[in-house]
Design a protein around this ligand. Structure first.
Ligand code: ACO
Ligand code: ZN
Length: 156
């Protein structure tokens, strides 16, 4: 049975390993530690029989909303989500997203959720569309290798 729970400091080695193996966008340890400290209610891991199978890391920002550009408010930013390849397509990514979204609203009072995703990343784009996210704009040359990103957002 997969349990989604708040990440703890001792989970960060596993989280960073999954981040390195599953995504080209990697960050130094302090970046994970900072988000765990500041937005720990929305830094989650999925665990099965003691094994970490995925994570989601978020932060909250204040500024103009992507879903309502004339308004300012709190944006819940999904910075990074990944599920190990062997455990994909079992609903774990969906569970991590829904849980983190609910928590960003409950604990931090966000007005919307948003994220960036590679335009070629069909699995992730489908997941986000299924959860009600829409493409707001294309961010040209967003990634280090030159690929564009979609900025996708949804009202909270
Ligand atoms: N092909 C097509 N659609 C897919 C695929 C796929 N390979 N994988 C997921 N989806 C869509 C489907 O609609 C799926 O629903 P269904 O299985 O009922 O058809 C829906 O997403 C939900 O799938 P889950 O099982 O909940 O997702 P999963 O646990 O496999 O995790 C994730 C999805 C996180 C995108 C995973 O594929 C992954 O870790 N990929 C590598 C890392 C990555 O790309 N992360 C996102 C980067 S962007 C960001 O971090 C903000
Ligand atoms: Zn981002």
């Amino acid at each position: 049975m997969v349990v989604v729970r708040e990440a703890r400091r001792e989970d960060l080695e596993d989280v960073m390993r999954i981040n390195r193996t599953e995504l080209p966008e990697n960050y130094p340890p302090f970046y994970f530690e900072l988000h765990l400290e500041q937005f720990g209610k929305a830094f989650l891991v999925a665990e099965e029989n003691g094994e970490i199978l995925g994570y989601i890391m978020c932060r909250v920002e204040y500024g103009n909303l992507y879903t309502a550009p004339e308004r300012v408010g709190k944006r819940g930013h999904v910075i990074s989500i990944a599920v190990v390849s062997k455990a994909r397509r079992r609903g774990i990514g969906t569970q991590l997203m829904l849980n983190a979204m609910e928590r960003m609203k409950k604990y931090y009072g966000v007005d919307e959720y948003y994220l960036e995703v590679r335009v070629s990343n069909e699995p992730a784009i489908r997941l986000y569309k299924k959860l009600g996210y829409n493409v707001v704009k294309v961010l040209p040359n967003y990634y280090l290798d030159g690929e564009d990103a979609y900025l996708m957002a949804r009202t909270a």
